[in-house]
Every structure is written in structure tokens, then in C-alpha cells.
Design a protein around this ligand. Sequence first.
Ligand SMILES: Nc1ncnc2c1ncn2[C@@H]1O[C@H](COP(=O)(O)OP(=O)(O)O)[C@@H](O)[C@H]1O
Ligand SMILES: [Mg+2]
Length: 302
Amino acid sequence: MVHAAAASLEPAPDLVLVMNCCPPPVRKAAGHNGVIDDAVEAWMTEVDPVHTNGKSDRAPIIEMADVTKRFGDFSALKSVSLDVGLGERVVVCGPSGSGKSTLIRCINQLERHDEGRIVVDGVELNDDLKNITSVRRDVGMVFQQFNLFPHLTVLQNLTLAPMRARKMSRADADAIARRYLDRVHIPEQAEKYPAQLSGGQQQRVAIARSLCMQPKIMLFDEPTSALDPEMIKEVLDVMIELAEDGMTMICVTHEMGFARKVADKMVFMDQGQIVEAGAPAAFFSSPESDRTKKFLSQILDH
Ligand SMILES: Nc1ncnc2c1ncn2[C@@H]1O[C@H](COP(=O)(O)OP(=O)(O)O)[C@@H](O)[C@H]1O
Ligand SMILES: [Mg+2]
């Protein structure tokens, strides 16, 4: 199957974010290369690799306090507060339209919040574009649609940003790319184009591409929702391995088996609010809110 996102020649608006580096606005959109050139130009400084083996007692790496986000008159987030510790794995669930994507998109400012405070690794997300750029260097994001460049091979997809943004040599970028392709268990696919891969393989390439930028935090927005059932497990397995390695993660997903396995904290959202948050054991066995109970009964009964 040729995936629609992979086959599209339109630059995806979220692609700049996948590159982890471009403050808004993107200055030109004359095709993929135009977007990428601007994106990588915006990334001026080297970022230290981060090693986060397991949990830490440090202060939260993500702090959201009373965050509100409006689209016109509609409030997609209503005074949402959430702290995520270094190495913590948070799974966010909730009905469609409850604000899950908006929540994680505010963390890397794909959406600018209207009220409240968001601090990522000590940097407050405010009107200062330097801060936004700095946070985006630390935050990788994986989308439901894989957003790979269809005209580049897997290896080229992975090496583009490290070479252009970090001025890494081709040899170094190739070495890192192959290391992360190994890590997502598809080293043999390096020379192929995205359309030659299955959906599950494409999503693993997208994860590897984010990892090549050595992010401190990974955000996943329903990464398996576009996949055929037999490919979901291979992507979740890679995410489980990442979690076991200590990556700080926020995953929007309804894969509750995955959630039970990796989550330190479950978050249930409804109508732009966090209705309930807590440890998975209590969240699944004795949810407090009727809305959480109803939602869980709907998704767990299948
Ligand atoms: N760019 C936008 N413009 C207008 N409304 C939006 C926009 N993005 C999201 N919304 C609205 O905000 C609400 C929350 O959306 P979203 O965060 O995508 O929900 P979820 O990811 O939980 O399905 C929805 O009602 C959606 O229609
Ligand atoms: Mg969503």
C-alpha cells in the first residue's frame, strides 16, 4: 500500500516540526526543499546529546500550568495543568476532539497557547522566538501521518537535518542514521524510498528520524492510528524499547495494552480539560470520574 502522506508532494505543515528546528513563520514554502532550507537555517547551535537512564529526582522537565488555548471563541484547552518528570512516560487518552493533540502541540508551540505557563527543561515558552527554537531542538514529535519526504531515501530522510542543521559530516550523519535504523529494527531499508515501505516501517523511520536529532523529549500523537493492525505491534515495540531506555515521552494513544506496560502516568482528557490523571493501576482498576469510567468501558470492551 502506498500511504497517502508518503505519496503526497505537498509539504506537510507539520514537517517543519519534525525537523525540530523552525520557529514560525516558515519564510517560504516553495516545495520541500524550500521548507527544509528555512527550517534548518533556523537551527543555529549545537545541542548536547542527552542521556537519561531511568527516572530522576530532578524538577519536572515539562511544566504546564493553567494553559488555555482558544481557536476563535472555542476553547480547545481550558486551564490545563500537567507536570512531566525527566524520564517519565505519560499516556494521554480521551475522546476525539477532547484536546489531546492541542495539548502536545502546545508543548512544542505548533500551537501557541493563549494563557497560562509552559516551561520545558527550564525554558519558558513565551513570545521570545529564541525560547521556542531552543525548546524545539529538545522535543521530537511523531505524528499519525509519517510525514517522510517521499523523494528522499530512508537514509536521506534521516541524515538531512543532522547535516543541514548541525553541520554534521555525511559520514557522521550516516553513522547516526544507521545506528537509529538498527534501533528501530530496519537497518536493511536504508536505501529504499518511503513508498517502498509498509506503514509500520515508515512510522519506524519517522521515529528514527526524530531520534537522530537526539531529543530530550518525544511526543507521539496517535502514532499507530493510521496503521493496519498487524503493523501496530512493531511500532509499539519500538516505543516500548524507547521507554525502557528512559526517554521522557508523552504518547497520545488508545493502545491501552501499551499504556499499561509503559505508562508512569495516565491522563484522561475530555472537553479541553484533564478530567483525571494518575498511576495506571488505579486509573484502570478504579477510575474516579464517571466520564473516565465510561470512556474506558467503551475502549476496553473491544
Ligand atoms: N486549528 C484549529 N482550528 C480550529 N479548531 C481547532 C483547531 N485545532 C483543533 N481544533 C479544535 O479543538 C478541539 C480539540 O482538537 P484536538 O486537540 O485535535 O482534539 P483531539 O486530538 O483530542 O482529537 C476540537 O474541537 C478541534 O476541532
Ligand atoms: Mg488528535
